[in-house]
Ligand binder design. Structure first.
Ligand code: KG4
Ligand code: ZN
Length: 353
């Protein structure tokens, strides 16, 4: 054991015994630079997020090189802000958690390197956190009574998974998209409709004034009695609809297209995840990931789950999209459960749950 490992293993033992300590969490997997301070598993003392959306908007999507550079420029200020807002300094921090995957490799490396630097300089325990596990953990912050086991639908820009959460660090994938993630489908269709990046929230707003039954866009694959689903056929159906209208000189009502598309996505996600929750039999269905900010999805999942006697949970709006508080919560449970990372921690863009 080198001296860092020795010091940290003693600190870890002390932290696990005292159970409550101050943890600094860092997230930089995509286009948000975020930091947060937690004082226990579910107590968030501060939360800072710098979003890069304006930087990427002119390109219609995230440009990895621009994302990495912006993380480098912002991470120091974001961490400082989170500490100041928590009325703490690095002297008060007992452990560091950081997203180590999945995500953009250059973006992840900024957070991982920064966290490793802090952990080494301060001789603090370090834990690498899976971004998807972080999204799931957002629900523990919003619902103090929520405990595993449960089924969770994770719908984000990069992933759409149905996961059986057996325990705080125990996950089993029971269904997933065969192609595009839900958020990705929202973003691509929004782009076809001429809406800015990220398309999800803009499409949701446009759909408010549309008729969700104007077009029937249900893709055949999603009717199969399995827990996997597909969104790329749906995206192609919208593109074909727009092209046909253009070629025949018909004016399409974009709000109707947005509402019909959202209806088809929500319908699929609701059916698959309620079926998964019934099969698993834990009586709880949880929603997570950026798309969990979609009000139609939240409302319909709640109604469908509760109609089957299943309790439904989703994060408060501020914890739906990428943030560091959720990474801190997942990291906290990891540390208490006996996990930690060495200074060899690396970014893994394809990290599995
Ligand atoms: O979880 P997240 O912040 O980042 C990833 O881990 O990917 O999710 C971002 C995704 C984007 O695709 C965005 O369009 C989508 O979540 N999103 C929404 C809404 N808010 C964010 N999709 C539909 N409706 C929304 N209100
Ligand atoms: Zn995310």
């Amino acid at each position: 054991m080198n001296s860092y490992e020795q010091v940290v293993s003693e600190k870890l033992e002390r932290l696990r015994n005292q159970r409550k300590f101050n943890l600094l969490a860092i997230e930089s997997s995509c286009d948000e630079t975020a930091a947060s301070v937690l004082t226990s598993e579910r107590e968030v003392r501060s939360m800072a997020v710098h979003t890069q959306i304006p930087l990427h908007q002119r390109y219609g999507g995230v440009v990895p090189e621009i994302a990495s550079r912006s993380h480098v420029e912002r991470i120091g200020g974001v961490v400082r802000y989170a500490l100041e807002d928590a009325k703490m300094s690095m002297e008060d921090i007992d452990a560091v958690a950081v997203t180590c995957g999945p995500g953009l490799v250059g973006a992840l490396l900024v957070g991982v390197s920064y966290a490793k630097g802090l952990a080494f300089a301060r001789q603090l325990p370090l834990i690498g956190v899976n971004h998807i596990a972080g999204h799931i953990a957002a629900n523990y912050i919003s619902h103090k009574e929520l405990e595993p086991p449960f089924v969770c639908l994770v719908a984000s820009g990069g992933h759409s998974h149905i996961v059986e959460v057996g325990d705080y660090s125990q996950f089993r994938l029971i269904g997933c998209t065969r192609d595009d993630a839900a958020g990705e489908a929202f973003d691509k269709v929004a782009r076809v409709l001429g809406l800015p990046y990220p398309g999800g929230p803009h499409l949701e707003k446009l759909a408010l004034s549309g008729d969700e039954n104007a077009f029937s866009l249900h893709a055949g694959f999603n009717a199969k009695p399995i827990l996997d689903f597909s969104f790329s056929g749906l995206k192609t159906a919208v593109i074909n609809l727009m092209h046909n209208a253009e070629q025949t000189g018909r004016e399409l009502n974009k709000a109707d297209v947005a509402a019909s598309f959202q209806h088809a996505v929500v319908d699929t996600l609701v059916t698959k995840s309620v079926n998964a929750a019934m099969e698993a039999g834990h009586g709880k269905l949880v929603l997570a990931g950026g798309v969990s900010a979609n009000t139609t999805l939240r409302n319909r999942l709640r109604v469908a789950a509760e109609a089957k006697g299943i309790a439904f949970y989703c994060p408060e709006m501020k914890y739906c999209t990428d943030n560091a508080a959720m990474i801190g919560c997942a990291g906290y449970y990891g540390l208490l459960g006996g996990q930690s990372s060495s200074l060899n921690l690396n970014a893994n863009p394809a990290l599995a749950l």
